[in-house]
Write a protein that binds this ligand. Structure first.
Ligand code: ADP
Ligand code: MG
Length: 687
């Protein structure tokens, strides 16, 4: 019987292999056709000529015309990657760098990380043979620390320049400085918006070319009255489209992970109340901290059963990443509540916060355009038409509304000492620069004459973290609690570890209590991390065979999933934190910092928090509010904190958010006396 079976197995294998080959062939053919039909395909030769002729070139083209995926391939085939040089393309967002790199690798028929790769903070998929490299703008800025002329790139493409992230602006400034010395190297600035003038003028009248896109008409619908709760309004609209319009995928713009995950849950719940035949609706989330395998889901067709039924519908729940960075095929309906999460910085108060603000007109137009890529579409703006007229024309560049400490630290590390004299495309205010310099000085990163201090300033510049977190790690090695601080920083670098669905608020609060530390949120985060680690690595005590590994991996994954669900913990965030943890650990090891644990001596750890975050300390006021020391702001502890409603006297915190009230988040109890002891330079100055 074994012979017969063998025979059969072989033929089966052959058949499936053939099927595989013909599938692969069909897929290649499909990709070839898609590429050829892109608007950019017809101007390939002209574009290559333009790049050859001009050292700085600005390319403007509508979203989806093929700039990001095609131009690097054009340059590769035109011989720009000879002599080991590469084409480097920056993206403001991690997700964009990853998804586009994967797509381009597939288009080229190569494995990711070979000819085509990506590199983002905490995740590098490149190798010595990589010639087309997608990365975040922040990462290229870091590369400039080691290689100021970016000499490994024959072409640097700054993509999505219209986004005007702070990293893009600084990168353009640096490149403007060194472009003349970058022998035979090219700089291309790509943008979706039609206003290329600002870039062209900045680069001394650089040549700009426009690529014609294709756009189908999009019906814009407004609500009659302002909506009180845009999440709820979005939900109603999703189901209205699902039940009335019958076909076409939906793209909903939300402000962040928390909101996206809440809507995901609410959609599932309402679906369960519909008759079976109406349940063919699949949600796909996309936001920056989503692990990269999951990010790719937006490009996959719906699960088999769904596509075949006429009632099928995919709902993509996205942050403004889907505005211009990633083009998701098949979208016919856009739901735009009209909000975006933005950083905002008040130099007078020295306080940065994340706030939810109305989009600009340009953003609203860009969002609605997403519905008309493949055919006529509809855009539902969840606000009245009169509101649209009140929106700002375009978004303020990030550099005008963020804390500059990080950027200044990097510029200093690059040898740019005169920050006021630096040729920014748009200058941040003098007050903002002064405040950020002061901030760095207080953290010990700068000397009295404003140079990078040795070793602290240099060490801080090397870590890919917010300066205050870098400082915390450096101090922690002296306080013997670097293990705890590594976990803390990793957990603070991801979004919302706990989630609290509105309908199960009490349950989730009870669950969270078993991790809660009376000392505050930082230790609570450590408790969660360690509990998760225990679950995921329990298999240590069984013999290490391949089979055991597999079984226990699957088993612990399953247990982990259940544990997350029972405890209202966001598994995605915890995994991401584990990832970040191992990366930062690598960095601090390389720097030679001593990694030890303070064991149960959490006092030591809290003292270290006080010594690191002393700029963000607050003292309880008689009426129950808190008053932040440095800024004098009156704040409250956020309801999500374990110290909410507690009566502790003095705290340090990591974030301030402003919604209806000013809240502080990630809060730990400290003693006031520690501040004068551990940060005398600040606290004697204050009193
Ligand atoms: P642009 O940069 O001009 O906005 P892109 O080069 O990003 O345009 O996109 C060109 C086309 O490639 C779009 O039609 C888009 O849908 C498609 N595309 C991009 N990334 C992927 C992907 N990961 N999977 C499938 N299609 C993709
Ligand atoms: Mg693009």
């Amino acid at each position: 019987p074994s012979m017969a079976q063998n025979g059969r197995v072989t033929t089966d294998f052959k058949q499936s292999n053939q099927a595989h080959n013909s599938n692969a062939f069909a897929r290649r053919e499909e990709i070839r056709q898609q590429r050829e039909s892109l608007p950019i395909a017809s101007v390939k030769e002209r574009l290559i000529e333009e790049v050859k002729k001009h050292d700085v070139l600005i390319i403007v083209g509508e979203t989806g015309s093929g700039k990001t995926t095609q131009i690097p391939q054009f340059l590769f085939s035109a011989g720009f990657c000879r002599e080991g040089k590469s084409v480097g393309i920056t993206q403001p967002r991690r997700v964009a760098a990853v998804t586009v790199a994967k797509r381009v690798a597939e288009e080229c028929g190569v494995e990711l990380g070979q000819k085509v790769g990506y590199s983002i903070r905490f995740d590098d998929r490149t190798s010595g043979v990589t010639r087309i490299k997608y990365m975040t703008d922040g990462l290229l800025l870091r590369e400039a620390l080691l290689d100021p002329y970016l000499s490994r790139y024959s072409v640097v493409i700054v993509d999505e320049a219209h986004e005007r992230t702070v990293h893009t602006d600084v990168l353009l400034g640096l490149l403007k400085n060194v472009q003349k010395a970058r022998l035979k190297s090219k700089l291309i600035i790509m943008s979706a918006s039609l206003d290329a003038r600002v870039f062209s003028e900045y680069f001394g009248g650089a040549r700009a070319v426009h690529i014609q896109g294709r756009q189908h008409p999009v019906d814009i619908l407004y609500t009659l009255y302002p909506e009180k709760d845009y999440v709820d309004a979005a939900l109603v609209t999703i189901f209205q489209i699902h039940l009335e319009e019958r076909h076409g995928d939906i793209l909903v713009f939300l402000t962040g992970q928390e909101e996206i995950e809440a809507v995901e849950r609410l959609v599932q719940e309402r679906l369960r109340q519909l008759p079976e035949s109406n349940r063919k609706l699949v949600t796909v989330p996309i936001f920056s901290s989503l692990p990269s395998e999951q990010q790719m889901r937006v490009f996959m067709p719906a699960p088999d059963g769904h596509r075949k039924v006429s009632l099928c519908c995919i709902v993509v729940l996205a942050t403004n990443i889907a505005e211009t960075s990633v083009t998701i095929p098949g979208i016919k309906f856009v739901i735009d509540p009209g909000f975006v999460k933005a950083r905002s910085y008040d130099p007078a108060k020295g306080m940065e916060s994340l706030i939810i603000i109305p989009t600009s007109k340009a953003q609203a137009l860009q969002r609605s355009g997403r519905a008309g890529r493949e055919g006529p579409g509809k855009c539902f703006r969840l606000y009245p038409e009169s509101e649209f007229e009140k929106l700002e024309d375009s978004t303020k560049p990030e550099i005008k509304r963020c804390n500059l400490a990080n950027v200044i630290l990097q510029l200093k590390a690059l040898g740019v000492d005169d920050i006021f004299g630096f040729d920014f495309i748009e200058k941040p205010s003098r007050a903002a620069i002064v405040k950020s310099l002061e901030h760095l000085f207080l953290l010990g990163a700068l000397t009295d004459d404003c140079k990078l201090s040795d070793p602290v300033g240099h060490q801080m510049a090397r870590l890919p973290l917010d300066p205050i977190y870098s400082k915390a790690l450096i101090l922690a090695s002296q306080f013997n609690c670097l293990e705890e601080m590594l976990i803390t920083v990793a957990m603070l670098s991801v979004d919302s570890v706990f989630y609290a669905p509105r309908e199960k608020l009490d349950e989730s609060r009870t669950a969270a209590k078993c991790f809660a530390s009376p000392d505050g949120d930082h230790i609570t985060l450590i408790n969660v991390y360690r509990a998760a680690e225990d679950l995921l690595e329990k298999r240590k005590w069984v013999p290490h065979t391949e089979r055991n590994e597999k079984i226990f991996k699957a088993k612990s994954e399953k247990i982990f999933k259940r544990w997350c669900k029972e405890n209202f913990i966001n598994g995605r965030s915890v995994r991401h934190a584990r990832d970040i943890h191992s990366q930062i650990r690598g960095h601090v090891e390389q720097m030679g910092l001593r990694i030890t644990s303070c064991g149960d001596d959490m006092l030591q750890f809290r003292r270290c928090l006080a010594a690191s975050f002393f700029i963000n300390a607050a003292l309880k006021q008689p009426e129950g509010n808190y008053r932040a020391f440095g800024t004098g702001q009156v704040v409250q502890i956020h309801p999500s904190s374990v110290l909410f409603q507690s009566k502790v006297e003095c705290v340090v915190f990591n974030e301030m958010v402003q919604t209806t009230n000013k809240y502080i988040r990630n809060v730990t109890r400290i003693e006031y006396m520690w501040l004068t002891e551990l940060a005398p330079h600040y606290y004697t100055m204050q009193s």
